[in-house]
Design a protein around this ligand. Structure first.
Ligand code: PMP
Ligand code: GLN
Length: 382
């Protein structure tokens, strides 16, 4: 085949796969890709087994299993006060990745502009490019990755079709505040701009901060596709079950794409998740659970050479290593694996032009024993 014209000529294998492979080769402690190294609740596993033996082994409905859609809609109503229609305004997806990809595909046409805040999770820009869209990159500022809403406003043009936000934010571990959401809402008033809100870490928020879902802000909600994922919330990233909610007219377009690239999602896990969601403590206790891990990790690094600004949400902690070396983050992360057998993610890969600011991302969704080994290595680096 001589004439394959690639749709993504510059795409490389994702950092999660390359670092993960290197970590395995060197038998490193792996705090790179975001996934727990402990098991999910055995009750949840039993519910899947039961759903299988109860016969939920054929295609689920195209929008998703009814009890799961109902449970999610009730959860959003209870937490954020917003009612979504269970038949028309929610679809179960193959993780949040598919929800985001399908939403971009449903709305972005050739030449449309999509505003993306950087650093950004890596699945947004390729999906925009595949659909002929143009990513307009707006950099977040400072150690707390704040958005300058004035800078954002001047990037809005008649071609702006969509904006993508992510809170709690991967990789920075920061949150958008209520004022941020109000500024965003104000900036989009009177436009037809569609918003994708990636809220996969909605239940992992620390220090009594609040997750400000777009579903709390009526004008934002009226233009938004809000994406969630059970992988993060119930420690089952491998199940790849997520969802999105959106007003009916947006969801109708979303489903036109969804029905032909996925049709429907794994059935027994949907039945199990619907049951498991009946007990709110299963997600309401998650922030405390992860705050203990975050605190254990950062307190143990008190005397280290790393600069630590506590993560506000997600299960990621950034460490600034500028006191240790001038080396760029990609080569320092590689050295940590090959010389010290500890793996993390260099965050320049999520930045505009891969700009390096000497920060590494560590996933603390790990057992105490794994975190302790990582801490010992980090404290030994001088
Ligand atoms: N968005 C963000 C910010 C993520 O960190 C992730 C993955 N971890 C996803 C989306 C994708 O979620 P899923 O695994 O449910 O596809
Ligand atoms: N979301 C995970 C992370 O940020 C990675 C998922 C993936 O490998 N695509 O670590």
């Amino acid at each position: 085949m001589k004439n394959i014209s690639s749709k993504l000529p510059n795409a490389k294998t994702t950092i999660f796969t390359t670092i993960g492979n290197l970590a395995r080769q060197h038998n490193a402690i792996d705090l790179s890709q975001g996934f727990p190294n402990f098991e999910a609740d055995s009750k949840l596993m039993r519910l899947v087994t039961k759903a299988m033996s109860d016969g939920y082994n054929q295609y689920a409905p195209m929008f998703g299993s009814f009890p799961l859609r109902e449970a999610i809609v009730q959860k959003i109503k209870a937490l954020h006060g917003k009612s979504y229609h269970v038949e028309k305004e929610i679809t179960i997806t193959v993780g949040a990745t598919q929800a985001i990809y399908t939403a971009i595909t449903a709305f972005v046409n050739q030449g449309d502009e999509v505003i993306v805040f950087k650093p950004a999770y890596d699945c947004y820009e390729p999906a925009i490019a595949i659909n002929g869209g143009v990513s307009i990159l707006v950099e977040m500022n400072g150690d707390r990755f704040k958005i300058d809403w004035e800078k954002f406003r001047v990037r809005i043009t008649p071609k702006t079709k969509m904006v993508i936000i992510n809170t709690p934010h991967n990789p920075s571990g920061t949150l958008l505040s209520k004022n941020d959401m109000l500024a965003l809402q104000q900036s989009l008033l009177g436009t037809d701009i569609i918003l994708i809100s990636d809220e996969v870490y909605e239940h992992i928020v620390f220090d009594d901060l609040t997750h400000e879902s777009v579903s709390r802000f009526p004008d934002l909600a009226s233009r938004s596709i809000v994406c969630g994922s059970f992988g993060k919330t119930f420690h089952v990233t491998g199940w790849k079950v997520g969802y999105c909610v959106a007003p009916a007219e947006l969801m109708q377009e979303f489903r036109k794409i969804h029905q032909f690239n996925v049709f429907s999602v794994d059935h027994p896990t949907q039945r199990a998740l619907a049951q498991y969601l009946q007990e709110p403590k299963h997600y309401l206790e998650l922030s405390d659970f992860y705050q203990k891990k975050r605190d254990y990790f950062i307190n143990a690094l008190n005397q280290s050479s790393f600069k630590v600004l506590p993560s506000q949400g997600t299960y990621f902690q950034l460490l600034d290593y500028s006191a240790l070396t001038d080396e760029n983050d990609v080569s320092y992360a590689q050295k940590l694996i090959t010389n010290h057998r500890l793996a993390c993610i260099p965050i320049s890969v999520f930045n505009i032009d891969q700009k390096d600011n000497q920060k590494l991302r560590f996933c603390f969704a790990k057992t105490q024993a794994t975190l302790k080994k990582a801490i010992n290595i980090l404290n030994s680096l001088k």
